[in-house]
Design a protein around this ligand. Sequence first.
Ligand SMILES: C[S@@+](CC[C@H](N)C(=O)[O-])C[C@H]1O[C@@H](n2cnc3c(N)ncnc32)[C@H](O)[C@@H]1O
Length: 277
Amino acid sequence: MDLHERQRIEIQLFLQALQLRHGYDFSGYAPASLGRRVRALAEATQARSISALTERVIHDDAFLTEVIGRLSVPVSEMFRNPPVFDLLRREVLPLLASYPQINIWQAGCARGEEAYSMAILLKEAGLYARSHIWATDISESALAQARDGIYPLREARLYSNNYLQAGGTGSLSDWYTAAYQHIKLDESLAERITFAHHNLAADGVFGEMHLILCRNVLIYFGDELQQRALRLFRDSLVRGGFLCLGDRERPNDTRFTADFRPLASGASVFRRVDGRA
Ligand SMILES: C[S@@+](CC[C@H](N)C(=O)[O-])C[C@H]1O[C@@H](n2cnc3c(N)ncnc32)[C@H](O)[C@@H]1O
């Protein structure tokens, strides 16, 4: 048996242990990239082998947060893919403005960058006071950082450029203070955000949403898990509600195309067209 095959078995046993011991099921993730992340976890934690990781995941409870943090890629930026935020600002917010209460679910929120971007968009549109953002993720360490709203100062230039490209009318620096090589976002931005744990592979519907953002998460999932997540989104959206996916995430199976229409041709924002009111 070659090394590659041995490692494939080790990875499978590690993922099984993670599920049996802690209930996290990664079996529906795309195997190649998940395998790379398991190997990176072993390297970063200086484990002798992937089997040593398995032993640790069974016996060391405190290890779980790091495991989930490293397997789940909490990489993001404020106003990532600015044209999408521009589209939300110009086309989606004016339609959401007709609801007395605007419910937004941001699934896979990483360290909160996207949720705070959405809060700024809503504030600038005068809609924040009647909005609520539920920002969820599988990674507790990412959620803890999201609640702090503190980011490295070196990211500020990128975030500011993104904000302007997204049609921002002021300056992003109006929304943060800088100190000690970090920026701290204005606390008023968090007032209507709830950061919470939710696992798209295991947990249920988040009812009556008007807008769901789930960008750059489905790319890590295999087909079945993608279908599960898309069903959750459909069932959590009001009729006419909006779903915003990542730029590389364009489901085209018949179920999805029956339920959703792109806002414009090629757009990554979709509108729910059938189903419950
Ligand atoms: C690459 S980040 C995307 C962040 C942000 N949406 C963006 O586009 O910049 C992927 C996020 O999905 C989260 N994630 C991965 N699997 C998940 C699952 N089963 N349920 C919920 N979140 C998950 C990860 O923890 C990570 O924070």
